[in-house]
Design a protein around this ligand. Structure first.
Ligand code: 6R9
Length: 665
């Protein structure tokens, strides 16, 4: 929790909530039957996963994954020392598990349906083709000097080559570090430097919602300050003229052409790093969350199977970007490790019209669709007429990334799913690797707005944030933690293990701390209340207020800045900034423009503050800590309940801030 702020847990009135059973149509349209017969079957298996975790996980790992060498130990280490290791003697390769074994069994099966920004530009890639493309690119990476354990940065749009790049890295034991292609050059640079990356993969340009994105240009800007990057491989997406730096930049197509269709997968330890993914925390610098091979893949496989009810022949469409964890686990790894077809969608839900998602679902007979509530809010607002497709193959509709309001849940169920699909509101994090609290499709009765029950092996605890004690029983509110290690949990923060310990494992004794507040209702269902730290969630994108503050302060005219998240109808939360300027700075309007530009440059356009308030001072304690709680209250119109302001070094600043916030300047 942040300095100067102690947020008491919110007590929520027990509202009347409806419970929805799995729709009958779900079973009628099912190709067979769900993997679990009933809620009882879930409860039995869940009980085993908690009481006999070794037995449960060893069986699952042997069933779902192909091991080159079997493991002896299931779980080693624990939360206390932060040295969790799953299946440590086991050896396997992720790309073998995601590609080769399916290419051997059924070479012509579609692995990727590429739905391009323009409807006509898409294509379908079979598992045998995927194996060829992955192998060729793996050769190229080797040729560029990439070795086992090296990191490779991927700055790529949502095209099949992104998936190919993930798998080419894992094939040779390289660690992919994907940077969302909406991040700025500065953010990309920081991630490249932190991960000690020497090779970057990108495109000439990206194309999204009819607009072009200058990916290569952004990479060029970033690389000006990355002297250790010796190679940049560029995939021709649009054919735009882009400068190619002699000796450093090479064309993807020209390089891959030179190499054979097959390369043997590298033998990896279960605990070898699979990837890094940078995410925002409470402090300024993003953390390189590290996942390992065996455990992560098992989490992806098992949640894909049980949460989404994935069966052979399914066509899975996750609308998340590969630049975020949702895309890693549910565009790439879960569908491919299970050998089904994944839809890679390059566009936006609004281009060329608000019907785009539904047209994609109809065209490809999609069976599971997975998206963030922010997109649903946009589409709900656009009007039901746009939902003009039958979509009769849809069995499962997933939600992820932020709480889904009951009315949006119902709209998803009735208008998109036509009451025939099962809604799964999946709660998880970059750090958890795969779903941790979630319904299981075909099995769990659901309540709109609740992520429902824990996944196998997850033993949640609701903790009193003040005393740090676990709150037992039902009808409790507090912060959410997990009591047992699970295979797909992050193992460390790259190069900063202490930070990992301090953020997740040393906050409350002996448990993994999620950073989220949560309640457990009278039936044991979990309700996620949102972050209790300084992380804001804008359109399902996780941002740190401290990181945005650091960006604002980079402007020389800024004396101090405080950023808070406020509720927003469309984006869930929005970034609002309070800024105190140094004397003699430019006019407030000019400054606001500069500051928005600064955040776009330092982080990326998606982090831009929605409102900037120029004030003469910020509310601070006598020790100089900014009290963001007061700012949050003022913005939510609760200025009458600011609580004790006597600890402020200058209580009079509050009146000015209230005035500025009211006038919206
Ligand atoms: C997968 C992902 C993680 C944070 C998490 C929580 C919020 C995710 C949610 C949810 C309510 C859900 N969150 N799923 N809140 N209901 N179903 O989004 O990972 O980007 O790391 O964000 O997102 O606050 O702590 P990540």
């Amino acid at each position: 929790m942040s300095e100067g702020d102690t947020k008491p847990p919110v007590v929520h009135e027990a509202a009347q909530v409806d419970t929805y059973q799995v729709p009958k149509a779900f079973f009628d349209k099912h190709p067979g039957k769900p993997h679990l017969e009933s809620l009882n079957a879930y409860q039995d298996l869940y009980k085993q996963s908690i009481e006999q975790p070794d037995k449960f996980w060893a069986e699952q790992a042997r069933k779902e994954l192909s091991w080159e060498r079997d493991f002896k130990t299931t779980l080693q280490g624990g939360f206390k020392n932060g040295d969790v290791a799953w299946f440590p003697e086991g050896r396997l390769n992720a790309s073998y598990n995601c590609v080769d074994r399916h290419a051997q069994a059924d070479p012509d099966r579609a692995a990727i349906i590429y739905e391009a920004d323009e409807t006509a530009d898409g294509r379908i890639i079979s598992y045998s083709e995927l194996l060829r493309e992955v192998s060729k690119l793996a050769w190229v990476l080797k040729d560029l000097g990439v070795q086992k354990g090296d990191t490779v940065a991927l700055y790529l749009p949502m095209i099949p080559e992104a998936v190919i790049a993930f798998l080419a890295c894992t094939r040779i034991g390289a660690v992919h570090s994907v940077v969302f292609a909406g991040f700025s050059a500065d953010s990309l640079r920081d991630r490249i430097i932190d991960a000690k990356t020497k090779v970057v993969l990108t495109t000439d340009e990206g194309k999204r919602g009819g607009k072009l994105i200058g990916t290569k240009k952004i990479v060029d800007d970033a690389l000006k300050q990355c002297p250790n990057v010796h190679s940049c491989l560029v995939y021709k997406r649009t054919g735009a003229e882009v400068p190619m730096k002699e000796g450093r930049d090479k064309w993807w197509g020209e390089e891959t052409e030179k190499w054979p269709n097959y390369i043997a997968p590298e033998s990896m330890s279960s605990e070898d790093p699979l990837f890094l993914l940078y995410t925002s925390g409470s402090t300024g610098k993003p953390k390189g969350v590290m996942h390992t091979t065996g455990g992560y893949l098992l989490g992806a496989a098992l949640t894909g199977k049980y949460v989404f009810d994935i069966h052979d022949g399914d066509r899975f469409f996750c609308g998340g970007d590969v630049g975020w964890i949702t895309g890693h686990t549910y565009v790439v790894y879960a569908p491919l490790v299970l050998g089904i077809t994944t839809v890679v969608f390059e566009g936006t839900p609004a281009y060329p019209s608000f019907s785009r998602y539904w047209e994609v679902i109809e065209k490809h007979k999609v069976t599971q669709f997975y998206v963030a509530p922010t997109a649903l809010r946009l589409l709900k607002r656009a009007g039901d007429d746009h939902v003009n497709q039958e979509m009769k193959h849809l069995r499962v509709l997933g939600s992820v990334g932020e709480p889904i309001a009951a009315e949006v849940w119902k709209w998803y169920h009735e208008i998109v799913g036509k009451t025939q699909a099962h809604i799964v509101d999946t709660y998880w994090q970059t750090e958890t690797g795969s779903h941790v609290i979630t319904p299981m499709a075909g099995v769990t009765p659901t309540k709109p707005g609740s992520a429902s029950l824990p996944f196998f092996g997850i033993e949640p605890a609701i903790i009193d944030p003040v005393s740090g004690e676990e709150l037992h029983g039902n009808d409790v509110e507090g912060v959410l933690a997990f009591k047992k290690p699970w295979p797909s949990m992050a193992r460390t923060v790259w190069g900063a293990h202490k930070r990992y310990m301090d953020t997740y494992l040393n906050v409350y004794h002996g448990v993994y701390f999620t950073g989220d507040g949560a309640g457990r209702d009278h039936e044991g269902y979990y309700w996620i209340r949102g972050r209790v730290d300084d992380v804001v969630n804008v359109s399902g994108h996780r941002l740190s207020t401290a990181e945005i503050e650091a960006a604002l302060i980079e402007n020389a005219a800024v004396a101090e800045a405080a950023v808070v998240g406020v509720a927003d109808e469309l984006t869930g939360q929005a970034v609002n900034a309070f800024v105190a300027l140094k004397p003699d700075s430019k006019s407030p309007d000019e400054m606001k423009k500069e500051l928005v530009a600064q955040v776009r440059k330092s982080i990326g356009p998606f982090a831009s503050p929605k409102a900037i308030y120029i004030v003469s001072d910020l509310p601070k304690t006598r020790s100089g800590k900014i009290m963001r709680r007061i700012l949050r209250k003022i913005l939510s119109g609760e200025e009458d309940s600011l609580g004790d302001t006597s600890t402020l070094s200058d209580p009079s600043v509050v009146d000015e801030i209230i005035k500025v916030a009211k006038e919206g300047r």
